[in-house]
Design a protein around this ligand. Structure first.
Ligand SMILES: [Mg+2]
Length: 412
C-alpha cells in the first residue's frame, strides 16, 4: 500500500489549523494535525515544500521507518516546526493503518487501559465571582478536574483569563480562552510577578472554600517565574492540594526544576513547548516532574509521544497532554486514542472546540463522566469536510507578547 498523494489543508474555522491528508493508492485516507499556534504557515510550507515530495510512493504501513527518515533525514533535528510536520505525517499514517485493520486506533496501540480519559477544563474570571460562575458551569457540564486562572489586581489582562463568560459545550459563539488574536501585530499584555504571587494563594483558598475538597484543581504559571519564585508558589499552594502546577519556569533549563522540586510537594507538570524525548531527559530520570505536557501535534506524533511516555513510565511520571483549541480535533482524537491505551495516562487537557471547528473536522470522540472516549470507528474517527474547510481561509493571528510594568519584555 503506497502513498499516492498528500495534501496540506490550512483552514480557519474560528482559528487556524494545519491538517495533512494522506491518500494511499487504494484510496485509504488518513489525517494528521500539524497546527503550530501563531506560526501555522511555517509548518504548512515545511510539509508542502519539503516533506510531501518525500512521501509520494512510500509504503504507507512503514510508520517507524518514515518517522526516522524524516527525523534523521532532515539532519536539522527537533524544533517545533519540524516536529509538528513529522507529527502530522505520523498521525495520518496511524489513522490509515487503523482504518486498514478495521480497528479504532487505540486497539493498535495496545487496547484500552481505561474506560475514559479524565479531562480538565478551563475556568477563569477577572475576579472571584466571575471565576466561581465559570467553575460552577464546568461542574454542571460534568468536568471533574478544572484549571483555575484569574485576573491579578493591578494588571489589565492576564494569561488564561477569558474575556467574557465561559463558553459551554455546543456553544458556537466563542472559545473558553483563545490567546491567539487575528491582528496585524501581537497583542501586548502586562505582568507583575510579585502581585501574582501575592494573589494566587487567596484564589485557591476561596475556590476550596466554595467548592470543597473533591474537585481536582490545576493551575498554569506559564513559564513566568524564576526557580525560587516557583518554589515559593508551590509551597504557598500546598494547603489547597493541587492536581498539578504547570510550567512554573521557562522550560529550556531543565535544572531549574530541581530547585522547585526540592522546596515543594505540589505536583509539577511541564513540557507543552517541548518537542522531543531529549527535552525530558533529566526531568524524568531525576523525577523532577510528575506530568508530561507534550501533545502529539507538537512532539513528533503518536510514535514519538509513545516513546516519551514509555520512558516516563519507568519513573512514575504520567501523561498530561496539552490540549487547548490550537490542537485540532485531529490532534485531540489522537491524544484520546493514545491516552486510552497508555498505562501511565494521567489527565488530558480539554478545551471544547467551537461548533464551527467541529463542523469542519467531524470528530467522533465523546465527552461523558468527566472524560473523553475515543469511539469505536476504525482509525481516529475524524470526518473531515474539505468543502467546508475551504470556506474558511487562513487569517494571520499571533499569540500575545508580555511586558513587565516598566516595559521590559517578559516570558508570555
Ligand atoms: Mg500551559
Amino acid at each position: 500500500m503506497l502513498i499516492e498523494r498528500a495534501d496540506v489543508i490550512v483552514t480557519s474555522p474560528g482559528r487556524n489549523f494545519v491538517t495533512l491528508k494522506i491518500t494511499t493508492d487504494d484510496g485509504v485516507v488518513g489525517y494528521g494535525d500539524g497546527t503550530l499556534n501563531g506560526r501555522e504557515l511555517a509548518v504548512a510550507s515545511y510539509l508542502t515544500d519539503h516533506v510531501v515530495p518525500l512521501l509520494i510512493g512510500r509504503d504507507a504501513h512503514a510508520i517507524e521507518d518514515t518517522w526516522q527518515y524524516l527525523y534523521r533525514g532532515a539532519y536539522w533535528r527537533r524544533g517545533p516546526v519540524t516536529m509538528a510536520a513529522i507529527a502530522a505525517v505520523d498521525t495520518a499514517l496511524w489513522d490509515i493503518k487503523a482504518k486498514v485493520a478495521g480497528l479504532p486506533l487505540y486497539q493498535l496501540l495496545g487496547g484500552a487501559s481505561r474506560e475514559r480519559c479524565l479531562v480538565y477544563g478551563h475556568a477563569s474570571g477577572k475576579d472571584i465571582p466571575e471565576l466561581f460562575d465559570s467553575v460552577r458551569q464546568h461542574l454542571e457540564e460534568g468536568f471533574r478536574a478544572i484549571r483555575i486562572q484569574t485576573g491579578v489586581p493591578g494588571l489589565d489582562s492576564v494569561y488564561g483569563v477569558a474575556s467574557s463568560a465561559a463558553a459551554s459545550i455546543g456553544d458556537d459563539t466563542r472559545y473558553d480562552y483563545e490567546p491567539a488574536r487575528r491582528s496585524a501585530l501581537p497583542a501586548e499584555e502586562n505582568w507583575d510577578t510579585r502581585a501574582y504571587l501575592r494573589h494566587v494563594p487567596s484564589v485557591f483558598e476561596a475556590v476550596r472554600g466554595e467548592f470543597g475538597e473533591d474537585i481536582a484543581l490545576l493551575h498554569d504559571a506559564h513559564h513566568r517565574l524564576t526557580p525560587i519564585q516557583a518554589a515559593k508558589l508551590g509551597k504557598s499552594l500546598e494547603p489547597y492540594d493541587l492536581f498539578w502546577l504547570e510550567d512554573v519556569t521557562p522550560a529550556e533549563n531543565q535544572e531549574a526544576l530541581r530547585w522547585v522540586r526540592h522546596h515543594t510537594t505540589t505536583p509539577l507538570a511541564i513540557g507543552e513547548v517541548f518537542n522531543s524525548v531529549w527535552d525530558y531527559q533529566h526531568l524524568i530520570r531525576e523525577q523532577l516532574i510528575d506530568y508530561v505536557r507534550s501533545p502529539i501535534t507538537h512532539a513528533g506524533g503518536i510514535s514519538s509521544v509513545r516513546r516519551i511516555m514509555d520512558y516516563a513510565a519507568m519513573y512514575q511520571v504520567k501523561s498530561g497532554m496539552h490540549g487547548p483549541t490550537d490542537v485540532s480535533p485531529v490532534g485531540l482524537a489522537a491524544a484520546v486514542h493514545l491516552g486510552t491505551a497508555l498505562h501511565n495516562f494521567g489527565i488530558q487537557e480539554y478545551m471544547v472546540h467551537s461548533e464551527q471547528t467541529r463542523a469542519v473536522f467531524g470528530p467522533t470522540y465523546e465527552f461523558a463522566g468527566g472524560g473523553l472516549r475515543p469511539g469505536e470507528e476504525p482509525g481516529l474517527g475524524i470526518h473531515f469536510d474539505e468543502e467546508l474547510a475551504a470556506q474558511h481561509p487562513y487569517e494571520r493571528a499571533y499569540l500575545p507578547v508580555n511586558r513587565l510594568q516598566d516595559g521590559t519584555v517578559h516570558d508570555w
